[in-house]
Ligand binder design. Structure first.
Ligand SMILES: C[S@@+](CC[C@H](N)C(=O)[O-])C[C@H]1O[C@@H](n2cnc3c(N)ncnc32)[C@H](O)[C@@H]1O
Length: 254
C-alpha cells in the first residue's frame, strides 16, 4: 500500500489516540503527550522479556494496537487485543494489516474477560484503570480469569508519589494516617478531568500498589512512575476481596 493510500485510510478511520508509524504515515502526530505511546514505552521496555517466543498475550484496552503489535514483534505466539470501542479496533486491524502481522482484535469489555475462558502468559492493562467506574472489580476479574503469570500495568496517578508502609489493621480511633499524602487514596472524578468524562478514579502511587496487591498481584518491577510489572501471587487461589467477602459472611460486624 502506498503512503498516499495509507494516509487516506488513516484519515477514514477517524481520530487516533495512539501515534503509530504506518508506512511512514503518523496516525496521531498531534498527540498532546508527543509520540505516544512510543515515548512512554521507551522508558520501560527493558522491564519486559525481549523474547516472547511461544507466549500468549492479552492486551486489554488495546486501542490501536501499539502494545499488541510490539509483543508480536517480540515473538509472541498468540496476541489477542481487546477493547470495548469498535472504532479503535478498526484502527488496530488496519495497523496489523499494514505491518503484515497476525494479531486478533476483538470487541470486549474488561468486565467480560471471564468469557474468554483462557489464561495468558502476559496480560497488558495499560491506561485503562482510571477510565473505569469499578477499577478494583476489573483487577479482580483479570486476576481470577485471564492472568497466568505476568501483568504489565499502567495508571495515570495524581497526588503523592510516595507510598507509606500500610499496617495490617488500625484502631477505630486512629485516624491521623488518612491525612498523610502517602496513604493509599483514590480520587473520585464526579464530572471530568482533563476534559474527559471517562476519567472516574485516579489513584495516588500508594493506592495503585495497594490495589494491585489486594487483587492478588506482586509488584516485581516499577520501571517508570506509572508503570508496574506484576506477577500473579502463587499461593493465592482467590483474591483478597473474594476471601474477605467470604469471611465477612461468617463474621459480619457493622
Ligand atoms: C487511554 S487509552 C489506553 C490505550 C492503550 N492501552 C495505551 O496504553 O496506550 C484507554 C483505552 O481503554 C479502552 N477502554 C476503556 N474502558 C474499557 C473497558 N471497560 N473495557 C475495555 N476497554 C476499555 C478505551 O477504548 C481506550 O482504547
Amino acid at each position: 500500500m502506498s503512503a498516499a493510500e495509507t494516509q487516506k485510510r488513516v484519515e477514514e478511520l477517524g481520530a487516533w489516540f495512539q501515534n503509530l508509524n504506518l508506512n511512514g504515515v503518523q496516525t496521531a502526530p498531534q498527540h498532546f503527550l508527543g509520540d505516544y505511546p512510543a515515548v512512554k514505552f521507551a522508558r520501560f521496555e527493558e522491564a519486559l522479556p525481549n523474547d516472547l517466543t511461544g507466549q500468549s498475550v492479552l492486551d486489554i484496552g488495546c486501542n490501536a494496537g501499539f502494545y499488541s503489535l510490539e509483543m508480536k514483534r517480540r515473538g509472541a505466539e498468540r496476541v489477542l487485543g481487546v477493547d470495548f470501542d469498535e472504532r479503535y479496533l478498526a484502527q488496530a486491524r488496519f495497523a496489523a494489516e499494514v505491518r503484515g502481522v497476525e494479531v486478533e482484535f476483538r470487541q470486549l469489555s474488561v468486565y467480560d474477560v471471564g468469557t474468554l475462558g483462557e489464561k495468558f502468559d502476559l496480560v497488558i492493562f495499560m491506561g485503562v484503570l482510571y477510565h473505569l467506574r469499578h477499577p478494583l472489580l476489573a483487577l479482580d476479574l483479570i486476576r481470577e480469569h485471564v492472568a497466568k503469570d505476568l501483568m504489565l500495568f499502567q495508571s495515570m496517578q495524581r497526588g503523592s508519589n510516595d507510598a507509606m508502609q500500610v499496617e495490617q489493621d488500625y484502631d477505630f480511633w486512629q485516624t491521623e494516617m488518612f491525612a498523610r499524602p502517602d496513604f493509599p487514596a483514590l480520587y473520585f472524578i464526579e464530572h471530568k478531568y482533563a476534559g474527559d468524562p471517562t476519567n472516574w478514579w485516579i489513584p495516588n502511587r500508594a493506592c495503585t500498589e495497594a490495589m494491585l496487591r489486594s487483587a492478588g498481584f506482586e509488584i516485581v518491577a516499577h520501571p517508570e512512575d506509572e508503570v508496574f510489572v506484576c506477577q500473579v501471587r502463587e499461593q493465592e487461589s482467590e483474591s483478597d476481596v473474594t476471601r474477605a467477602t467470604r469471611q465477612a459472611k461468617g463474621s459480619f460486624r457493622a
